[in-house]
Design a protein around this ligand. Structure first.
Ligand SMILES: Cc1cc2nc3c(=O)[nH]c(=O)nc-3n(C[C@H](O)[C@H](O)[C@H](O)COP(=O)(O)O)c2cc1C
Length: 401
């Protein structure tokens, strides 16, 4: 790796130009049941992304709570090999956190009981997935439409968690005419969940537009348990701004860390009142990508890992000069050696491009019409679990939040 130039402060985009660093005592560690999380930062559950290798890489850079991707309860309980692998961890991971996907209180409770037996320290449930296949069967973002179902799911998970904190993660609602977050938050709190995460978009918005942080402030003003704000944290300063503007207790970081795991280092520094250090240059990014790819190969085996590596290559190299040429070369790699060779001839000293700071990765997405089961809105008091018509393997391909 090329020697980097003298330490420079990190980049800031215009929107964060004048944001002050955290003052001593300004923010408190995030309390999730018995867990104390400092800085108050949570890695968002992201399907196809937040597996053990990526969580480990993020932890190496920073600190916080790192949540697994959504794991379907049916697949897990049926012992689906891939589902069990995705839910798994290694001894070095603590605290260990898993997001459950289920709309059946019995399955969700049983899964939590097993996870706790397996040593998991935190469990979250997905009430925000906007994917058509999920909502059209009453799952994900459709669940909060039925507060009694939210209550039944939360109750079953809390009862089976034996003191391990349970949290929920949801969106503002189905669309602007059907906002569900206030009632779902209230009900979940009553059932004993330890904290609530809000992705401040509706399911109809998918990933489009800007997250509406005012909804996070609104939810915070209504609940006594911690509220985690989510949506559009691209830089450490966004996290400070979100917490100041909304009063929320912690932030959930999603797409901003895709191909930028050092964002967690910047978050530690900003919350500790230090100017975040400069982002890695291209040579350093290459080393981080190689480390990540190596870890994926160890966890998934070479064939599966290298399929995943291709999307990571696009995220890690975003915005660098000639990145489309580089990406094209990297799209074909099928081994670690080829990956390394793909970087031959790069300018390792090239600085991290400011344009990449807020460049969308993973999903940007247009708004959509949310599909609900026929007659779903006829009886909002109904708490019958919707039938999950897709199987576990399909659910994993959904990549849904
Ligand atoms: C690739 C990808 C996969 C996702 N998978 C999940 C998931 O499994 N569970 C979930 O609750 N949210 C999921 N989400 C949503 C994120 O957790 C987060 O709420 C969303 O990206 C908004 O945060 P951001 O603006 O920081 O990205 C996913 C998002 C992306 C980009």
């Amino acid at each position: 790796m090329e020697a980097s130039s003298a330490p420079q402060p990190g980049l800031r985009s215009e929107v964060n130009r004048d944001v002050p660093l955290a003052r001593p005592g300004e923010f408190a560690p995030l309390a999730v049941g018995p867990l104390r999380v400092w800085p108050p930062v949570v890695l968002a559950p992201m399907a196809g992304v937040t597996n053990y290798p990526f969580r480990t890489l993020c932890r190496r850079f920073g600190a916080g709570l790192y949540v697994s991707e959504m794991i379907t309860a049916r697949g897990y309980l049926n012992g689906n090999r891939r589902t069990v692998l995705l839910a798994s961890s290694r001894e070095d991971e603590s605290p260990r956190s898993v997001q459950v996907y289920s709309s059946d209180p019995k399955d969700a409770g049983e899964m939590v009981a097993r996870l706790v037996d397996d040593g998991v320290h935190h469990v979250d449930i997905n009430f925000g997935c906007p994917v058509r296949k999920v909502t059209s069967h009453g799952g994900g973002a459709a669940i909060p439409v039925k507060p009694r179902l939210v209550a039944a799911l939360a109750r079953s998970m809390v009862a089976n968690a034996r003191g391990v904190p349970v949290t929920i993660k949801m969106r503002k609602g189905v669309d602007d005419t059907l906002l569900t977050y206030r009632e779902a938050g209230r009900v979940a709190q009553e059932e004993g969940v330890a904290a609530v995460g809000l992705h401040a978009r509706t399911a109809a918005q998918h990933y489009s537009g800007e997250a509406d942080w005012s909804a996070i402030g609104d939810l915070k003003s209504r609940l006594s348990i911690p509220v985690l704000g989510n949506g559009d944290i691209w830089e450490s300063f966004d996290a400070l701004r979100m917490m100041r503007e909304t009063g929320c207790d912690g932030v959930i970081v999603g797409r901003g860390c895709l191909g930028r795991p050092w964002l967690f280092r910047e978050l530690v520094q900003a919350f500790d009142g230090r100017e975040p250090e400069r982002a890695p240059n291209l040579g350093e990014v290459r080393e981080i990508l190689l480390e990540h790819a190596q870890a994926l190969v160890e966890f998934f085996g070479e064939v599966t890992a290298m399929q995943q590596v291709r999307k990571w290559c696009a995220w890690y190299t975003k915005g660098f000069r000639n990145s489309s040429y580089l990406r094209e070369r990297l799209q074909r790699v099928s081994s670690l050696a080829e990956l390394e060779a793909g970087f031959e001839g790069i300018d390792a000293a090239e600085s991290f491009p400011p344009s990449a700071l807020r460049a969308h990765r993973g999903k940007s997405g247009r708004s959509q019409k949310v599909s609900l089961p026929l007659g779903y809105l006829d009886d909002l008091e109904d708490a019958t679990p919707p039938c999950e018509l897709f199987d576990a393997a399909e659910a994993e391909a959904l990549e849904g939040g």
